[in-house]
Design a protein around this ligand. Structure first.
Ligand code: MRU
Length: 385
C-alpha cells in the first residue's frame, strides 16, 4: 500500500473493505459501509385502540393492514396465519389478552381473574407450538396479578402497558440477535434459510433474517437462498419478499433444491428461527428445518438457530415434549387454497413443525449471546435464573 494509506492488515479479519484513491493517487483500504437498510414496516402494533397487523396471507401481492378490536378476530388471524412467527405471536397473545378483558364490566379482582383465565385459555388454543404465544399470555397475566389491589380499570391498563413493553423488547432483542449473529458472517457469505424468521415473524427486524440485515448494515455482501417452505410458502411469499425489499441478494428455491446447492459448495451457513427450544437445545421450527440440519451435518455446513430468550421453554427437558401443531390436509393437497394438487380424498399428513435435535445445531444465536454445546449446561448458565 502507498504512503498514507491504511493497510488491509490494520482491519480485523473479515471486515468488508473497499479501495479508495485520493487526489494524489494514493490508494488505501477503507471500511465498506452501507446506509441502514430501508423498508421500515411493522408487523404488529397497537394503534387507535386496535391491534394493527399486516395480513400475511395477502403477501407478496398486496401489503394490507388489518385493524382488529375483537378477540375472536385476533384468534382467527392467529389461526389462519395472518399474523405468525413466534415473537409476533407473543405480542399478539398479550394484546389479545387486553382485547379480551378490556370491556369486562365487573369491579372486583376475583371476577376479573376468572375472566382473565377464560380469555387466556381461549388464546392459548389458537396454536400449540410457539412458546412465545404462551409466554405473551403469561406476561399479560403476571402484569395483571401485580396490579390486583388496584381498581380494575388500572389492571386493564397494566395489561396493555405490558403488551406494549413486549413489542419494544422484541425490537431490541432482535437487534441484539442481529449483532451477535452478524459476527459469524464474513463478507461474501451465502446463507440458506427456511420459512420466515424475519420482520414479518417479529415486530420489525427478525431473528434469522435480522442476522443477515445486520451483516448487510455492516457493509458485508450476503447472498441468501430462501427455501420456498411448503405447504404455506412462508419462504417464498414472505422471506423472499422482505429480503428483496431490503435490498438483499435473495434467490428463492424449491425446498428439494437445498441438498444440490450444498453439494455444489454454494452454502456457507444455514440459519433458521425457532418456535420452541427445550432445555437441552432441541429446537422446534417450521417443518423441513430438520431436513436442512441433517443435510448440513452431512455436508459439514454450520447450522444455526436464531431465537430470543422468550422462545426457550426451560421447563421441558427435550424436544420430545414439544407439541407439534397438526394442520388441515387441504394446505398440502391444495396450492394456497386454490387448486388441488392431489386427488380428492387422498390421505394427507400436515405437521406444521419438526424438532431438530441439539446434536445437529452448531449454535443458538440469542439476545444474550451465542449459545454453544453442551447446550443443557450452557442454556442454563446463560438463560437460567
Ligand atoms: O407457521 P409459522 O409461519 O408461524 O411458522 C413460523 C416459523 O416456523 C418461524 O421460523 C419461527 O416462528 C421463528 S420466527 C422468528
Amino acid at each position: 500500500m502507498t504512503r498514507g494509506g491504511r493497510q488491509r492488515g490494520t482491519f480485523p479479519k473479515g471486515t468488508p473493505l473497499a479501495l479508495k484513491t485520493n487526489k494524489r493517487g494514493q490508494v488505501s483500504f477503507v471500511l465498506r459501509t452501507v446506509p441502514r437498510l430501508k423498508m421500515n414496516i411493522r408487523t404488529i402494533d397497537w394503534k387507535n385502540n386496535k391491534v394493527r397487523i399486516i395480513d400475511q396471507t395477502k403477501l407478496p401481492h398486496e401489503l394490507v393492514y388489518l385493524n382488529i378490536d375483537k378477540l375472536k378476530d385476533l384468534w382467527q388471524a392467529i389461526k389462519i396465519l395472518q399474523v405468525r412467527g413466534a415473537p409476533a405471536l407473543g405480542a399478539a397473545a398479550a394484546l389479545g389478552v387486553y382485547l379480551g378483558i378490556k370491556d369486562y364490566p365487573g369491579k372486583d379482582w376475583n371476577g376479573f381473574e376468572r375472566e382473565l383465565s377464560n380469555v387466556s385459555r381461549y388464546i392459548a388454543g389458537a396454536r400449540p407450538t410457539a412458546r412465545n404465544l404462551f409466554w405473551g399470555i403469561e406476561r399479560a397475566c403476571d402484569a395483571a396479578s401485580k396490579s390486583k389491589n388496584k381498581p380494575v380499570f388500572q389492571i386493564k391498563q397494566a395489561i396493555l402497558a405490558e403488551a406494549k413493553k413486549i413489542m419494544l423488547e422484541d425490537m431490541e432483542s432482535c437487534r441484539r440477535i442481529g449483532n451477535y449473529g452478524a459476527k459469524l458472517l464474513r463478507d461474501n457469505s451465502t446463507v440458506m434459510t427456511i420459512c420466515n424468521a424475519g420482520i414479518l415473524a417479529t415486530i420489525d427486524y427478525g431473528t434469522a433474517l435480522g442476522v443477515i440485515y445486520r451483516a448487510k448494515e455492516q457493509g458485508k455482501n450476503i447472498e441468501v437462498f430462501s427455501c420456498e417452505t411448503r405447504p404455506l410458502l412462508q419462504g417464498a411469499r414472505l422471506s423472499t419478499w422482505e429480503l428483496h425489499k431490503k435490498g438483499v441478494d435473495v434467490t428463492m428455491i424449491a425446498d428439494n433444491t437445498a441438498a444440490a446447492l450444498m453439494r455444489q459448495g454454494k452454502i456457507d451457513m444455514v440459519i433458521t428461527g425457532a418456535d420452541r427450544i427445550a432445555a437441552n437445545g432441541d429446537s422446534a421450527n417450521k417443518i423441513g428445518t430438520l431436513n436442512l440440519a441433517i443435510l448440513c451435518k452431512y455436508h459439514k455446513i454450520p447450522f444455526y438457530i436464531a431465537a430470543p430468550k422468550s422462545t426457550f421453554d426451560l421447563k421441558i427437558k427435550s424436544g420430545r415434549e414439544i407439541e407439534i401443531e397438526m394442520r388441515h390436509g387441504d394446505e398440502v393437497s391444495m396450492i394456497l387454497n386454490k387448486r388441488f394438487a392431489a386427488p380428492k380424498g387422498a390421505k394427507i399428513l400436515n405437521p406444521a413443525f419438526d424438532v431438530t435435535g441439539h446434536e445437529l445445531i452448531s449454535g443458538i444465536i440469542t439476545d444474550k449471546g451465542i449459545i454453544r454445546p453442551p447446550y443443557k449446561k450452557n442454556i442454563a448458565r446463560i438463560l437460567g435464573k
